[in-house]
Design a protein around this ligand. Structure first.
Ligand SMILES: N[C@@H](CCC(=O)N[C@@H](CS)C(=O)NCC(=O)O)C(=O)O
Length: 207
């Protein structure tokens, strides 16, 4: 096994799906988490100046989707055909729309803007994106987003919901209850034994 090191802040967000994929594959990795104050010294060491970064035997890779896709290909979670791989990419891209909306809330310039963006996510973008994912789960029948087995799309979608539902507001969590297939999907992915074991021992963080 190569030596894996994952660099990120002490939150779930863009690194959690990567942590779950590594756990699923049984790949040992050093889960390196920076405090905000350590970041300025670390930033120049990252290829694109941000994290997450996965280091594989001393080589560093940036971009959370690129890292996820690399691990999915390596460990057999990319999809069984080119079409399934494209569908998995599609779902990962969709969930990143939630990531973008959540990011905008985090970096809102003031409380008023934060309130407005949170309302937008809860009332417009959240229902739109989650509603589409619910329909996809409904039509695929297998309980997975793509084909008849787990892909990295399931992992990325579930990990972002896991990261955001507690943080944005209780209402966002309740919003997910309007999409029972997606809620069941989240619970199913979180309960996969290596992921459940990782969750049980991960640091408690707000997101
Ligand atoms: N597109 C990149 C964005 C990475 C990104 O924005 N990372 C943030 C943390 S979530 C970061 O490192 N911020 C510190 C900085 O840019 O100095 C990805 O998905 O990995």
């Amino acid at each position: 096994m190569p030596v894996y090191k994952l660099y990120y802040f002490n939150v779930r967000a863009r690194a959690e799906g990567i942590r779950w994929l590594m756990s699923l594959a049984g790949a040992e990795f050093e889960d390196i988490r920076f405090e905000e104050k350590e970041w300025p010294a670390k930033k120049p060491e990252m290829p694109l100046g941000y994290v997450p970064v996965l280091e594989v035997d001393g080589h560093k890779l940036s971009e959370s989707k690129a890292i996820g896709r690399y691990l999915a290909n390596k460990f057999g979670f990319a999809g069984k055909t080119d079409w399934e791989k494209a569908l998995a990419d599609q779902y990962v891209d969709v969930i990143y729309d939630i990531v973008a909306a959540a990011r905008a809330i985090t970096w809102a310039p003031n409380e008023e803007a934060k309130k407005e963006l949170t309302k937008l996510l809860k009332e417009v973008d959240g229902p739109r994106i989650l509603g589409r994912l619910e329909k996809c789960l409904e039509s695929n029948k297998s309980g997975y987003l793509v084909g008849d087995s787990l892909t990295w799309a399931d992992v990325m979608v579930a990990s972002y919901l896991d990261s955001n539902i507690d943080r944005i507001s209780p209402e966002f969590g309740e919003l997910l209850d309007n999409f029972p297939k997606l809620r069941a999907h989240l619970d199913k992915v979180r309960a996969i034994p290596p992921i459940a074991a990782f969750i049980a021992k991960r640091p408690k963080t707000p997101m």
